[in-house]
Design a protein around this ligand. Structure first.
Ligand code: ADP
Ligand code: 5GP
Length: 208
């Protein structure tokens, strides 16, 4: 059983659309309010990524066994690697009383929609495939093959993201400050009452 708590926030969007960048800003501005759900993945760590912080890095046999034991809320294969949210990852955040934030791809979103988590669903949209490619290349984290796979997947993800009813909000990340302001506004409007108070309080103290 996943412990009950405030409504989680899901960020979804093509690889390179800016989810991590937006999340980093959100977690920095509201460190006591939001906690990141640390996913499991079978992909290797990128430079600077820490085990247990950015991901729990694991192997296919270990992750497959854990899924079979029923330890995951959702899981998917993305660009040849497994990814998934363990029940433990969400429980760890909820135990702190913070709002749990998940950064997951579309198959995971479809699965969490069938649970009782009832998350707020945000889709982060890149300005164009060309700009997405430029950002992914500039990030310099993927080999050519992996980059091509991510761009191919992006086309399907954008289609899914734009379909009415799949997300509560679609945020166009053409400009980072504007996109973050939109995310912040959405959260202020939609988080539960207690939480809304404290976001509103921070708005006041920031003079916003
Ligand atoms: P994701 O987590 O969705 O894969 P990232 O947050 O890693 O994407 O963003 C991909 C790259 O694009 C990063 O190098 C990031 O600094 C850059 N980026 C994010 N938002 C913008 C933006 N609005 N304009 C230009 N570059 C951006
Ligand atoms: P990356 O390898 O760039 O960190 O992530 C690749 C994709 O996997 C992104 O779309 C990201 O949202 C997604 N992802 C990360 N963690 C999870 C997870 O736990 N479950 C699912 N379904 N997708 C995830």
């Amino acid at each position: 059983m996943v412990q009950k708590g405030p409504r989680p926030l899901v960020l979804c969007g093509p690889s390179g659309s800016g989810k991590s960048t937006l999340l980093k800003r959100l977690l920095k501005e509201f460190p006591d309010k939001f906690g990141f759900s640390v996913s499991h993945t079978t992909r290797g760590p990128r430079s600077g990524e820490k085990n247990g912080v950015h991901y729990h890095f694991t192997t296919k046999p270990e992750m497959t066994a854990a899924i079979e034991r029923g330890e995951f809320i959702e899981n998917a294969t993305f660009s040849g690697n497994m990814y998934g949210t363990s029940k433990q990852a969400v429980a760890d955040v909820r135990r702190t009383g913070k709002i749990c934030v998940l950064d997951i791809e579309i198959e995971g979103v479809k699965q969490v929609k069938t649970t009782d988590l009832n998350p707020l669903l945000v889709f982060v949209m890149p300005p164009s495939i060309q700009e997405l490619e430029r950002r992914l290349r500039a990030r310099n984290t993927e080999h050519e093959d992996a980059l091509k796979k991510r761009l191919e997947t992006a086309i399907r993800e954008i289609e899914f993201g734009q379909q009415p009813g799949n997300f509560h909000i679609v945020i166009l990340n053409d400009n980072l400050d504007k996109a973050y302001a939109e995310l912040r506004e959405f959260i202020t409007q939609n988080v539960e009452d207690n939480d809304q108070d404290s976001v509103a309080d921070e708005n006041e103290s920031n003079g916003k």
